[in-house]
Design a protein around this ligand. Structure first.
Ligand code: ADP
Ligand code: ADP
Length: 232
C-alpha cells in the first residue's frame, strides 16, 4: 500500500516559486490500479516522482507498506527504490540488442544469474504479448510494441509498485489499449500496485479502479472510478 500524506513541493519560478503540489494526500491500496487525473501542469508527474523516490518533497510523507521512506538510509533507500519501478514513456532501448536483450538488461545490472534471467524475461515477454518478438531488434517494432518492451523491462525485476507517468501519451487507440491491458495483467498476475497519471478521463475509466483528481497542485477529488467518473 502507498500512503501519501500532506505532500507539498515547489520549484523555483521566474518571480515566485511554482507550487507543484499543495498538501496532497492519497491512499493507494495494494494491488490497485490508481489513476492520477488532471490537466497539464496539475502536478501529476511531480506526485509520481515523489512516490517513485526520484524527487524529494518539501513537506509531507510517503509511506510504502507503512515504511516512511524519508527515514531510510542510503542502502535501504536503494533497496526500496528497486521495488518501485518507473516507466519511461520513451524507454531508451538499445538498437543493437534484441527485445529479450533489452528486457534482460536491468537484470544483468542487478547480477541476476542466467537461468533466472531467462525465466523472468520469459514471463514478462508473455505478459506483454511479445514472446514472438523476443529475437527481433527494436528498430523492427511498431511504437506500440516498443512501449510494451519498456513495460516488460520495468516489470522484469519484479517490482512491488509501477509508476506509469502518462503511459498512453502519443500513441493511437489500439496501442493505448495494449498498454492498458499490460498494466491490468501486471496487477492481476504479478500483484503489482500501479499508479498511472493521465490527462485523459477515458483512460482512467477503462483502466483504473481508484482515482485522484489534481488541479493546480491540489487534490480536488478522490475515490472509486465508478463514483467519480461517469460516461459522458
Ligand atoms: P503534470 O505532470 O500534471 O503536467 P508537473 O508535475 O509536470 O505537472 O508540473 C507541475 C508544475 O510544476 C508545473 O507548473 C511545472 O511547470 C512545474 N515543474 C515541474 N517540474 C519542475 C522542475 N523540475 N522545475 C521547475 N518547475 C517544475
Ligand atoms: P542480445 O543478443 O540482445 O544480447 P541475448 O540473446 O543475449 O540477447 O538474450 C538476453 C537475455 O534474454 C538472456 O538472459 C536470455 O536468457 C534471455 N532470452 C533470450 N530469448 C529469450 C526468450 N525467448 N525467452 C526468455 N528469455 C530469453
Amino acid at each position: 500500500m502507498i500512503t501519501v500524506e500532506n505532500l507539498t513541493k515547489s520549484f523555483p519560478g521566474e518571480k515566485t516559486p511554482v507550487l507543484a503540489l499543495r498538501d496532497v494526500s492519497i491512499e493507494v491500496s495494494a494491488g490497485a490500479l490508481y489513476g492520477v487525473l488532471g490537466p497539464s501542469g496539475a502536478g501529476k508527474s511531480t506526485l509520481a516522482r515523489c512516490v517513485a523516490l526520484r524527487e524529494k518533497p518539501d513537506r509531507g510523507t510517503v509511506r510504502l507498506d507503512g515504511l516512511n521512506v524519508a527515514r531510510l538510509d542510503g542502502r535501504r533507500l536503494r533497496e526500496v527504490r528497486r521495488q518501485v519501478a518507473a516507466l519511461d514513456a520513451h524507454p531508451p532501448l538499445r538498437a543493437e540488442r534484441t527485445v529479450a536483450g533489452n528486457i534482460a538488461e536491468p537484470l544483468e545490472r542487478l547480477g541476476v544469474d542466467g537461468p533466472q534471467r531467462r525465466s523472468r524475461v520469459g514471463r514478462v515477454l508473455d505478459l506483454t504479448g511479445l514472446t514472438q518478438r523476443a529475437a527481433q531488434l527494436p528498430g523492427e517494432l511498431t511504437e506500440g510494441q516498443r512501449r510494451r518492451v519498456g513495460l516488460a523491462r520495468a516489470l522484469a525485476a519484479g517490482p512491488a509498485v509501477l509508476l506509469a507517468d502518462d503511459p498512453t501519451a502519443g500513441i493511437d487507440q489500439d496501442d493505448a489499449a495494449g498498454v492498458l491491458t499490460v498494466l491490468d495483467r501486471a496487477r492481476a498476475e504479478l500483484g503489482v500496485t500501479v499508479l498511472l497519471t493521465t490527462q485523459d478521463s477515458s483512460v482512467v475509466r477503462r483502466a483504473c479502479d481508484e482515482v485522484g483528481v489534481l488541479e493546480q497542485g491540489r487534490l480536488v477529488e478522490q475515490g472509486s472510478v465508478l463514483g467519480l467518473i461517469t460516461d459522458p
